[in-house]
Design a protein around this ligand. Structure first.
Ligand code: ADP
Ligand code: TRP
Length: 328
């Protein structure tokens, strides 16, 4: 069977940031170039986004943004199936089945739940947020995905998808492919402006759609230590370097590292260089983004729905038969 590579992103913000891009989606794009024979699935995780976004207008707006960004960053819609799981009933159906085979304790061990617990907010979580990983497992298992490229923070969720697939297969016979998370170590956790993990929730991000003025302002905000210009600087401990290197070729990166180590590099110059590289990298993405219409992405989704629906329906039909839902 052809290898299947699948991932999705939640439309929970006005745009994507470079942490989402380099951590989750760029590794996926790279695979579309190297894995010539694989099939690629990329979805809009709007059913996941709904855990946070209850205003329909905003949810729609953010969903369209993410879809346009998929195209603007170079996903080839002729090579990748881009789709909307909310249009495919099997996602919710498999979610139901897997929820009943998953014990509460498994969800209580998830980082996201533990974080909410630590903040004293567990009681305020919606049930949909609590069992978010179950829906994620349904997204993956419906399509017999082999590889799931994600950022480090999603690893535990994909591991749960593996466990529940194995459990189902043991109990009801071979049904699901056991997926593997694919985490690119180099970009597992992209650093934010303040040195913490880049995240929407910390507001420490650089957005793919940030305009020049905003980019400049944000680059100026990148936290640095108090080393003098003359002092040698360890690039691996410098936030400006860590963010800036994402936009460099390997050769440029080597040259930069030498500059940091040699001493004589001011943070002002380091930031100016980073700003230039970042702007040049993001400008064509932004140009492409603004040229894509809502209709174009809506049409693209509609084109894929029946093919995706067929794959998902086949799997859920098999599951329903095996668990005794189907009576004929
Ligand atoms: P955020 O933390 O900004 O809310 P999401 O949780 O929506 O981001 O993450 C979407 C995807 O991007 C996930 O696969 C996640 O692992 C990846 N991702 C998010 N932030 C980073 C980061 N700083 N470094 C690497 N990957 C990231
Ligand atoms: N949880 C992922 C995120 O944070 C989105 C997602 C939903 C996903 N279902 C998935 C990723 C299945 C990979 C596979 O953005």
């Amino acid at each position: 069977m052809t290898k299947r590579i699948l991932t999705g992103l939640k439309p929970t913000g006005e745009q994507l940031h470079i942490g989402n891009y380099f951590g989750a989606i760029k590794p996926f794009i790279d695979l579309t170039h190297t894995e010539k024979d694989a099939e690629f699935f990329l979805f809009l995780a709007n059913m996941h986004g709904f855990t946070q976004l209850h205003d329909p207008k905003t949810l729609k707006e953010y969903s369209l943004t993410i879809l346009k960004l998929y195209l603007a960053i170079g996903i080839n819609p002729n090579k990748v199936f881009i789709y909307n799981p909310a249009e495919i009933p099997a996602h919710a159906q498999l979610n139901r089945v897997l929820s009943c085979l998953t014990i509460m304790g498994t969800m209580e061990r998830m980082h996201s739940y533990k974080d909410a617990l630590a903040k004293g907010k567990a009681g305020e979580l919606s049930v949909g947020t609590f069992n978010y990983p179950v829906l994620m497992a349904a997204d993956i298992l419906l399509y017999d995905a082999d590889l799931v490229p994600v950022g480090q923070d999603q690893k535990q969720h994909v591991e749960y998808a593996r466990d529940i697939a194995e459990k189902f297969n043991r109990q009801y016979g071979e049904t699901f492919k056991v997926p593997h998370p694919l985490i690119n170590r180099e970009v597992a956790t992209i650093t934010g402006l303040d040195g913490r993990k880049m995240s929407k929730s910390y507001n420490n991000y650089i957005g793919l759609l940030d305009d020049e003025k905003t980019l400049l302002k944000k680059v100026k905000q990148i936290a640095t230590d108090t080393k003098t210009v003359e002092e040698s600087k360890n690039p691996d401990e410098c936030n400006v370097y860590k963010i800036g290197k994402l936009f460099l070729t390997p050769e440029e990166d080597q040259a930069r590292r030498k500059k940091y180590l040699a001493g004589g590099l001011s943070y002002k110059e380091a930031k100016e260089y980073t700003f230039e590289k970042m702007r040049n990298y993001l400008a064509p993405i932004q140009k492409k983004y603004h040229a894509i219409s809502d209709e174009e992405v809506i049409h693209m989704l509609a084109k894929n729905t029946s093919h995706i629906q067929e794959i998902a329906q086949k799997k859920i039909t098999e599951v329903y038969k095996k668990i005794g839902f189907t009576l004929s």
